[in-house]
Design a protein around this ligand. Structure first.
Ligand code: SF4
Length: 177
């Protein structure tokens, strides 16, 4: 399958799942220490207490270098009206789609595909980092945790993002191929 067909296929997968998606060159993704620093200053409750958050996720230098091996970054989005938000359902729905994306890529021989989903991992009521993770293949760090200003990126592609949220809440993820 040629590269453009892969992108078309993936965008269709996202459309079928009612997920907004834009294909970007992976080279457009900037990894900034200032964004990662916001996990610690002021201190986020998930810092060091959730496996999908710093300092339990890769160092930015490692991630920056690894991204050089990727061609595409798909920006994924979900918009939910504020009254319809129920707990962490939107984050988990996007994370489920990222898991599907990884399986979709694997099925086509692109075993290196991986994703990032907004926020911490919310699959358990509480992340018990002293015990084995019950869903090791279903948790992803966030773009922000990996130093990516996802709000700025979404605005750059022309999405109208209310941040802080007003009537609608925007949720974002990234999928790298
Ligand atoms: S699945 Fe549970 S234990 Fe694993 S990272 Fe997520 S919250 Fe933590």
């Amino acid at each position: 399958m040629d590269r453009e067909a892969v992108v078309r296929d993936y965008l269709q997968l996202a459309r079928d799942a009612a997920i907004q998606a834009v294909a970007l060159s992976a080279g457009k993704i900037r990894v900034r220490s200032s964004v990662r620093m916001k996990c610690q200053i002021p201190l986020c409750e998930h810092y060091g207490t959730n496996r999908a958050c710093p300092p339990l996720i890769p160092e930015l230098a490692t991630f920056r270098e690894a991204l050089q091996d990727y061609e595409w970054a798909f920006l994924l989005g979900l918009v939910v009206s504020r009254e319809a938000v129920r707990g962490h359902e939107p984050e988990l729905a996007l994370d489920d789609f990222v898991c599907r994306s990884e399986n979709w890529a694997l099925g086509r021989g692109y075993y290196w595909g991986f994703g990032l989903t907004g926020g911490a991992c919310y699959r358990c009521p509480r992340c018990e980092i002293s015990r084995p993770c019950p869903f090791p293949f279903r948790q992803h760090p966030s773009p922000e945790g990996m130093g990516i200003d996802i709000t700025m990126l979404a605005r750059e592609v022309g999405w109208a993002v209310d941040w802080p949220p007003k009537d609608r809440v925007h949720y974002f993820a990234l999928f790298f191929l």
